[in-house]
Design a protein around this ligand. Structure first.
Ligand SMILES: *Cc1c(COP(=O)(O)O)cnc(C)c1O
Length: 428
């Protein structure tokens, strides 16, 4: 492996002026140790750092880059738009085109509004659900991440519903005592909860496929129970598809389970690598939004034309025939090659669509409390070795990996061999 002196030096300098040297905490490599690589540029499936080292990128900016880095169509469109001006604070045609594209392709999105991040999308959707129902209480699931809004940073106990224990300093208990938390994958707890609290509940929010704390693919029956109970009690079901939206196909996780959520939130892929979020769903709920309804929501850079352009070009390319099935096929080959060849080490290679997660334990978990912490730590110990061999994975065993349309079969096969040899060398 090449030198990382420039990254090391720049990170030291950055720490003087940016807390931890980073603008989002996991980038600091705290769980895995080592020096975060300062990136100079991206090229297809590769990242190149400022010391000139090249890495196969399985992070893909934490999900957005489904076409890989610097896709030529996206770059061309964004450059052209930027040359006409970057923001106007007035309506543009491109935001209408992206909205229309999504409404035409996603049956459960009748209306949509754009914001600038996934966090903002979720905050807006929850406010809207509360405004629509006239209720305050919300329910989330343990291990699901929905951005960093105060009332969604809630720690949860295992087993039973817990109310209001903030998982971050600076979040008042009064703000989170309207947030209930339950474990995933347990219909009985859900039924019991709804019996007591169903009629006080404004919304239930769940990640389409929980993918921020391992990859916890849910059973269809669990999701259908959730849909049935929310419907029965007049509760808004919010599918947080910030990761899964336009990654699990055009209809996302809702399409995968065959359900119709009331609201969905988007981010990541929808912005084609630019800062975009969105929330949408039933027209009668969406029409509660300001200026035509009583629920206030706004943004100076919302629907930003450069960002909308990146999203529009990306989604248009993806909707072309066969993109998603090709991605899924490649991922299946990659994941099964890995799992068949990790011998004598308890490991699971969990994957869906173009998302994967490697966890070192006996069986694949479906709920946060089934994740084995030692298994996560085992992953963390090989992170540096993977980097040394030119493989860039997310710097925490709890985080998933992504592939893009430019991660070819050959590239993935080579990477799988490298990953296997490192696992054997370090973990046998
Ligand atoms: C990333 C993510 C968010 C937050 O999006 P940001 O753009 O980081 O604010 C919310 N929900 C889910 C499911 C996410 O994966």
């Amino acid at each position: 492996m090449g030198k990382i002196e420039k990254s090391r030096y720049l990170m030291q300098q950055a720490e003087q002026v940016i807390p931890g040297g980073v603008n989002s905490p996991v980038r600091a490599f705290q769980s895995v140790g080592g020096i975060p690589r300062v990136i100079a540029y991206g090229e297809g499936p590769y990242l190149v750092d400022i010391d000139g080292n090249r890495y196969l990128d399985f992070c893909c900016s934490w999900g957005p880059l489904i076409l890989g880095h610097a896709d030529k169509d996206v770059v061309r469109a964004v450059t052209e738009q930027a040359s006409k001006g970057t923001t106007f604070g007035a309506p543009t045609e491109i935001e209408f085109l992206l909205a229309q594209f999504i409404v035409e392709h996603v049956p459960h999105v009748e209306k949509i509004r754009f914001v600038s991040s996934g966090t903002e999308a979720v905050m807006s959707a929850v406010r809207l659900a509360r405004g629509f129902t006239g209720r305050d209480l919300i329910l989330k699931f343990e291990g699901c991440y929905h951005g960093h809004a105060d009332y969604l940073l809630v720690k949860s106990g295992s087993g039973l519903a817990t109310f209001g224990q903030p998982s971050s300093a600076g979040v008042p208990t009064d703000v989170v005592n309207q947030t209930a938390t339950l474990p995933l994958d347990d219909e009985q707890l859900l039924e019991d909860f709804f019996k007591t609290h169903g009629d006080k509940l404004a919304a239930v929010i769940i990640e389409g496929i929980p993918a921020n704390n391992g990859l916890l693919i849910q059973r269809t029956e669990f999701i259908h129970t959730l849909r049935r109970l929310t419907e029965k009690h007049g509760v808004v079901l919010i599918f947080d598809e910030v990761i899964t939206g336009f990654r699990l196909g055009v209809t996302g996780a809702a399409g995968y389970y065959g359900i119709t959520p009331d609201l969905v939130t988007y981010g990541k892929v929808i912005g084609g690598g630019m800062p975009v979020g969105a929330f949408g769903g039933r027209a009668d709920i969406m029409d509660q939004l300001s200026p035509i309804g009583p629920v206030y929501q706004a943004g100076t850079l919302s629907g930003n034309p450069v960002a909308m352009t990146a999203g529009y070009v990306t989604l248009q390319k993806l909707a072309e025939d066969g993109y998603y099935s090709r991605l899924e096929k490649r991922m299946n080959t990659f994941a099964s090659y890995l799992s068949e060849n990790i011998q004598d080490i308890p490991a699971q290679v969990v994957s869906i669509a173009s998302i994967f997660w490697i966890v070192f334990q006996e069986s694949a978990p479906r709920a946060a409390h089934q994740i084995n912490r030692q298994g996560i730590e085992r992953f963390n110990t090989i992170h540096g070795a993977l980097l040394d061999e030119g493989i860039y994975v997310t710097p925490s065993g709890y985080e998933v990996g992504f592939i893009s349309t430019v991660h070819t079969k050959e590239i993935l096969r080579g990477a799988a061999k490298t990953i296997l040899s490192i696992i054997k060398e370090y973990l046998s």
